[in-house]
Design a protein. Structure first.
Length: 187
């Protein structure tokens, strides 16, 4: 099995492509070792000690190294864990405990439903595919008084160019197609 690697705009993050589906649908971001308890793969990556973020996309895994970490030392260990996981056919997630916690849900004004649908459609069709190429994801959180709030995940979280992407790219796009949008902010 060959796992390809790609750099991302975030110098702390590498994108690993195992040549097969990682997630059948959606994405999953692990920002802490505690969040990684849900996934044996994410847990093993955090156990390396130099990892401060793991992100699962449709066909890739992005790994963010902690400050002071050296990718030339960390990359072979990450590749070894990924090879063992994917070649062993291990599950990506542990079974969820009964009565698990409810997912965080944004509360939008129902009067803004048409605007929110337009925003979500633009994010889904134009923004998310582009940022997935860079090893990350952007998730709609809420719309309030002209402001759109988005959650940046994977390589996008903490990326030096994320502010430019957010303001010059996403904000410009949304303002162009949805005149009610006055600003875009990361949460």
């Amino acid at each position: 099995m060959l796992i390809e690697t790609e750099t991302t705009p975030n110098p702390s993050t590498l994108k690993f492509l195992p040549g097969r589906a990682v997630m059948e649908g959606g994405t999953r971001d692990f920002a802490t070792p505690e969040e990684a308890d849900a996934s044996p793969l994410a847990e093993a990556l955090f156990a390396l000690g130099d990892v401060e973020g793991v992100f699962f996309g449709r066909d890739f895994v992005s790994v963010t190294a902690g400050p002071g970490s050296n990718w030339s030392n960390l990359k072979p260990d990450v590749l070894s864990i990924l090879l063992d996981h994917f070649s062993g056919g291990m599950p990506l997630f542990r079974p969820a405990p009964a009565g698990g916690s409810a997912a965080e849900v944004s509360v939008d004004d129902p009067a803004d439903a048409d605007i929110i649908d337009q925003i979500k459609d633009l994010i889904e069709t134009r923004v998310r595919p582009a940022v997935a190429n860079d090893g990350g994801d952007i998730i709609y959180q809420s719309f309030n008084k002209g402001n759109v709030y988005l959650k940046m995940q994977g390589a996008c979280a903490g990326c030096p160019s994320s502010t430019a992407t957010l303001k010059q790219g996403i904000e410009s796009l949304l303002k162009h197609y949805v005149p009610e949008v006055t600003g875009v902010f990361a949460v």
